[in-house]
Ligand binder design. Sequence first.
Ligand code: SAH
Length: 394
Amino acid sequence: MTTLLIKDNYVKELKNGYPLILKTALENEDAAIEEGTLVQLVDKQGQYIATGYYGVQNKGIGWVLTRKENEQIDMVFFVKKIREAVTQRENFFEADDTTAFRIFNGEGDGIGGLTIDFFNGFYMVSWYSEGIYKFREDVYAALAEVVNARGVYEKKRFNVNGQYVEQDDYVSGEKGEFPIIIQENGMNYAVDLNDGAMTGIFLDQRNVRKALRDSYCEGKTVLNTFSYTGAFSVAAALGGAMKTTSVDLAKRSLPKTIEQFSVNAIDYEAQDIKVMNVFDYFSYAARHQLTFDVVVLDPPSFARTKKMTFSTAKDYPKLLKDALAITAENGVIIASTNNASFNMKKFKTFIDKAFKDAKKRYKILEQHQLPEDFQVPHNYPEFNYLKVVFIQVL
Ligand code: SAH
């Protein structure tokens, strides 16, 4: 256990439950601490504040695990945390038309840097720092104590000396025959837990896909930009869209999108799937006077191509303006971002700017943030990174 002296102006927040240990909160900043070391946070008077672990992520240098001085960080601790999290999601386990959801959401469930997702009997554990990965054995023992997994897979989302240490994502139990099919509100999605960084579906958009399918697509043309495996396009097609167009520059998006349509018995040949840069597609569509009733915008926070870089924090108004140019009269734009560096209020200023610049009026129809299973820390909404706004063009 290493003691970390906390600056006065950070003590109150940490006592109030702020879970992140920021580098700037430390009085003795230069301490060289090993990843995975348990740290005791104390104020200048030597008074106990919290216990955490050291693990460097982009946001901070570690996470608070408990504010009880005598609580041991051991397998019993992890059992307690995972059990609490699983109990809170009982309604998800019981639902028969949804078989994929998050059972443990990092800091929202009391252990920053660790998430666990459920995929139709399989569990996928994501580790966000070398530090949290040091607790691997206890976490897996705890998981086995709480749930009955068919199989367990993991993703290491951190680098050791600039590289992933292990390639194999398989951990224990049955090996899945991927893709496995999961259900989400009655829709099918093909998922691969053993295929690089991503699984094929972003579970945090569940409610957005449902809203899109249920209320916006009947008889409409739908453009899905940054479409990845086409999850939104599937929802749109199942919602009665006349036609969907999916645009993503990754070559793999084509077979993956065909697969997602196929597992839902949708004729993919009746849909458009374009492997190209979204910004080139905007010019193409404008040149051909194509318009869409519904446009989904879900860019990555940052993207770099040979020709350009795109950052949601800087370029979202421009993206919206481009989208507006090819949105039909009275159409709907679904603007989404997972950039944690700005909040919903700020995101709405981007929307407002884009419409003002385009001299158009709009109405916000609905908005979404993280769904219930993506628990965030009470009092700290800044950890609720997802922001989705359904905008009606007037
Ligand atoms: N909307 C998707 C997830 C998007 S992930 C879903 O809900 O499943 C971001 C995607 O953007 C990646 O698939 C990446 O290949 C794609 N991408 C990044 N920059 C792009 C660009 N300039 N044009 C087209 N696609 C891009």
